[in-house]
Design a protein around this ligand. Sequence first.
Ligand SMILES: [Zn+2]
Length: 365
Amino acid sequence: MADIMMTSGESFEGYEIVEYLGVIDAQSAATSNVFKGFVAGATDVSDSESEKMTARMGQVIESTVSKLEKMALRRGANAIIGVSIDCAQFANYSIGTLVTGTAVKIRKRESVNNIISKELYVSNYYNRQIPRPVKIELVGEGDSVYLKSWFYNYNFEDIKAVRADVELTNLYEEKWLLKSQDFVFEKGNVSLIEAEQLACKIPAKDILLIKDAKIIISKYVTSNGIFPCNEMPINVNLSQHRLASLKEKRGIDAVAKYITDGMIWTCNCGYVNEAGAEECIICSRKQEEMKRTIKFNPDEMIAKMQEKEYVIELKDVLMEYIKNIDTQYRMELLEIMESGLQYEKSRGNMKQTVIEKVEKVFEGQ
Ligand SMILES: [Zn+2]
């Protein structure tokens, strides 16, 4: 007989029902002299008779249940829920059994619920062409926590290993410092290299609280030798949210918005180049290309807003520019205008407050 799980309840611990295959029932009847007294409602049934009766009843129920199982199997079920057993007595010293249930298909629940993970972009970098830590993922399985990490490999060097401290900060500004972690690469000569995952000594329950990750490199190994890294890392001046959107548009190694004052220009990789340099020294991005792809400069819009008096006019200015603004900021800006308009009715002029909020939206963009 194939394995069929049965319950009088509606579910099995650790399993989920994937298909209901209908109500099924099976009956059996048995005649025997041992039921004589039982059927007559006699109260003075002897012990041995009672034993015989119970044994016979058991047999009858067993065979009925086995019928039900066969029926369930024929329907493609591997379990029966809501099983109930009824016995009926008949006048001709026979006993009938009716077993009913619902045939279902069940499967073991995957343990996905026990895995928590959190992805973070690394919020520091170096102004040099060394393997750049770009992303980590903390994965908690039960009590164990693993650290996955990705490094950007300028020049496709054959990176073998990177030794670094990992600094994790949680929402309460508490820090975990994982000293001298060795990131090892099986395939170190592609642009985005993934380190073998490391065991990470932070409690699994804290994973979701982590809001920031920094990786401070002390040395690294390539097929050409061992290289120290003694300089101070530079902190990325963007929130995780903005950093993610920058990387989406500009590449996984991007850490800064392109800006120029005519004398120098900051590349998306964070390196500050001389005005004369057409290409970035670190990442080879072309200045012209970065200039061209910049669609929207909030400074001009904000300057125009400053010339106005009321929020309703600020909103008009916003609407002039709205098409050029990245969709992810549009809703936020419109909400700022709407609440500004509301407050202005009761609290007087809101121009400066609204402008400050608008500036905040574009801060560090
Ligand atoms: Zn660059």
